[in-house]
Design a protein around this ligand. Structure first.
Ligand code: AMP
Length: 398
């Protein structure tokens, strides 16, 4: 956060403050919001600005309307939800740029809140177009980015706009995300244990490589464990595997050895002879150690692995978890993921859930209030953990 202002550095009273939030909430078939955690995550920044008498202008995207107006992706339901949470009206505007928006903004009173319509209704948004960026900047004296979930994208409302606003800062959510995913994992209280799972090695290899420089222990689970097992010479049946990633898997194992990082792979797995994902059903199942029979696939970590991983989690002082241990969407394959969720929640360590499906798993397990931090970013969290600069954050530098 060096060279980047925080909200607490700003004098916002009476000023027009444009805040890029991440209100990309899931909607059900009837168009109602099915999960409003992203709205909740933006509340600290919005409440602070309201209580400090700013004129608050909120901008967000929702879904992928591909640069055209589409009522199915309107932010109107979000305005209604937000008004209830704030206990004050939220003015909703049909567009995010242009005369009407400028006029509405000029009539805002101190402490009021206005939500602009979906920025992705304009093709210029995803192109990071200068005209669109200038039009957004025209609405404001100050720009605040608090949309961590889109900070890895260089769009007009996340990056371009910052070029044309005099004062800019990071919101409370971005500040917190960078603290937990950045500072607390770069200078961790040790031992620092990382748990990585999920489908593919290719999605996480850069994260593994970066965390091998920081962690004391790395525990591998999920589908990506089988590429590592294959790299070590085991037979993995028809488990998920990326043959073209065997070399990088070997390199990661070697780097762990060189750096003295404890790098654990599952010593046993739940394997099945068939699986029907849409129906949530498995065929015959058993626990396998070592080689898997042909035509069987690994779908979860086994009891010995759960016990070994729990032991590591219990002695950790900082924990970072990203990615499920198995196909946790199917209840018969979810034991490992939920056992890890419980162990992480019950540990005294600083526990950081690095976004995506592990957040879903923690929420499903009912332990979400027992972890220190759950990231709101999927792709953004991974890119930040890889050590990449996020364009939406860099654009805030003075
Ligand atoms: P990611 O988005 O990379 O964290 O991957 C999450 C997905 O990985 C979930 O949908 C899981 O069902 C899937 N997954 C976890 N373990 C396995 C496995 N053993 N085989 C296939 N997919 C898996």
């Amino acid at each position: 956060m060096s060279n980047i202002k925080k909200i607490s550095d700003l004098d916002v009273a009476g000023k027009r403050v444009l805040v890029r939030v991440d209100f990309n909430v899931p909607l059900d078939k009837s168009g109602a919001i099915s999960d409003d955690s992203r709205i909740n995550a933006a509340l600290p920044t919005i409440r602070h600005l309201v209580s400090h008498n700013a004129k608050v202008i909120l901008a967000s995207h929702l879904g992928r309307p591909k640069g055209k107006f589409n009522p199915a992706f309107s932010l109107k339901p979000v305005a209604e939800n937000l008004a209830k949470k704030l206990g004050q009206p939220v003015i909703f505007l049909d567009d995010c740029i242009g005369c009407e928006a400028e006029n509405a903004v000029s009539h805002l009173t101190d402490g009021s809140v206005l939500l602009l319509e979906n920025v992705r209704f304009h093709a210029g948004e995803e192109k990071n177009d200068n005209e669109m960026s200038k039009s957004l900047a025209n609405l404001a004296d100050i720009f605040i980015n608090d949309a961590f979930g889109t900070a890895h994208r260089a769009h007009a409302s996340t990056v371009g706009v910052a070029k044309f606003t005099k004062e800019k800062a990071a919101g409370f959510l971005i500040e917190k995300e960078l603290d937990f995913l950045g500072e607390k994992t770069s200078n961790p209280i040790r031992p620092f244990t990382v748990i990585l799972g999920g489908a593919k090695v290719s999605d996480k290899i850069k994260v593994i490589d970066s965390l091998l420089d920081k962690a004391d222990t790395i525990l591998i689970g999920g589908g990506m464990a089988y590429t590592f097992k294959l790299a070590m010479g085991y037979k993995i049946g028809k488990s998920l595997c990326e043959v073209d990633k065997i070399e990088v898997a070997k390199q990661a194992i070697q780097k762990a050895k060189d750096k003295g990082v404890k790098f654990l792979l599952p010593e046993d797995n739940l394997i099945v002879d068939s699986l029907d994902f849409p129906a949530g059903k498995i065929g015959e199942s058993k626990i396998a150690e070592g080689d898997f029979p042909d035509d069987w696939e690994g779908v979860d970590i086994g009891p010995k692995t759960i016990a070994a991983y729990k032991k590591e989690i219990q002695t950790a002082k900082t924990i970072l978890w990203n990615g499920p241990m198995g196909i946790f969407e199917i209840s018969d394959c979810s034991k490992g993921t939920f056992a890890i969720a419980e162990a992480v929640a019950n540990s005294d360590a600083i526990s950081i859930i690095g976004g995506g499906d592990s957040v879903k798993a923690i929420n499903m397990s009912g332990y979400s209030d027992k972890v220190s931090f759950m990231s709101t970013g999927g792709g953004a969290s991974l890119e930040y953990l890889e050590g990449k600069e996020l364009p939406g954050v860099s654009a805030l530098k003075d």
